[in-house]
Design a protein around this ligand. Structure first.
Ligand code: MG
Ligand code: ZN
Length: 227
């Protein structure tokens, strides 16, 4: 087991909203622009009466495309990066750990917010958007494969399955229930907030973090034990 583990390539799948950023951007956008009827859709989504894909799609359809500029400007200005993120990216480079962003967020805020960090575009998975119609339409270029029936919208487990566990030590970093299916597949889970609660409920082993410095420290400790 130990030998096996050291031989595998480490790969990180990192959530965006509430993980790389301190806040949840989708909720912040909708709350800020406050279109009529958003609370009901948000409640149904959180209660899992409708899928995340349906919920997020419906929420953005409440906003007219003519608000493109304001919506984008607000979502970028509103975002705050979690402490230690840039150091963590350096650490991954130095340790030859592959780093991927797996985000249920939307391209118009995910890419601009991450621009300062030099992460290659093909290492960032998120949803996209279309401002050509009357209303903002969310597009879903990363759907669930045949192994997932959750209708995730942006399917984290589908992406993880492209990196088989025989070759990779799969590490997930997240904060919410939407990271839970991925956490079940992962070898190592870094969790905070709702994801921690969910892991505890179901007895899934996890490391809690508040900043990316916590994760660096934990990864260093883990390595020492392994070697
Ligand atoms: Mg999140
Ligand atoms: Zn899925």
């Amino acid at each position: 087991m130990t030998d096996n583990k050291t031989a595998k390539k480490r790969i990180v799948f990192c959530d965006f909203d509430g993980t790389i950023t301190v806040n949840d951007n989708i909720i912040a956008i909708i709350k800020h622009f406050n279109p009529e009827g958003w609370e009901k859709i948000a409640e149904q989504t959180i209660a899992q009466e409708i899928t995340i894909k349906d919920g997020v799609g419906q929420l953005f359809r409440l906003l007219p495309s003519s608000m493109q500029k304001e919506v984008i400007a607000f979502s970028i200005a509103n975002a705050r990066i979690r402490e230690g993120f840039a150091d963590f990216l350096d650490y991954c480079k130095e340790q030859q750990i592959e780093f991927y962003v797996t985000s249920g967020g939307i391209d118009f805020f995910v890419y601009p917010i991450l621009e300062a960090f030099n992460i290659p575009r093909d290492h960032i998975y998120c949803n996209s958007s279309d401002f050509n119609g009357d209303r903002i339409e969310i597009l879903w270029p990363n759907p669930c494969d045949e192994h997932c029936t959750n209708d995730c919208g942006m399917c984290k487990t589908t992406i993880m399955r492209r990196f088989p566990s025989e070759q990779y030590e799969r590490i997930i970093i997240g904060d919410s229930v939407t990271d839970f299916e991925g956490a079940k597949l992962a070898d190592v889970v870094y969790s905070r907030s709702h994801l921690t609660v969910k892991c505890k409920e179901l007895g899934l082993s996890h490391h809690e973090y508040e900043t990316f410095h916590d994760i660096i420290q934990s990864m260093n400790t883990e390595r020492k034990i392994v070697q």
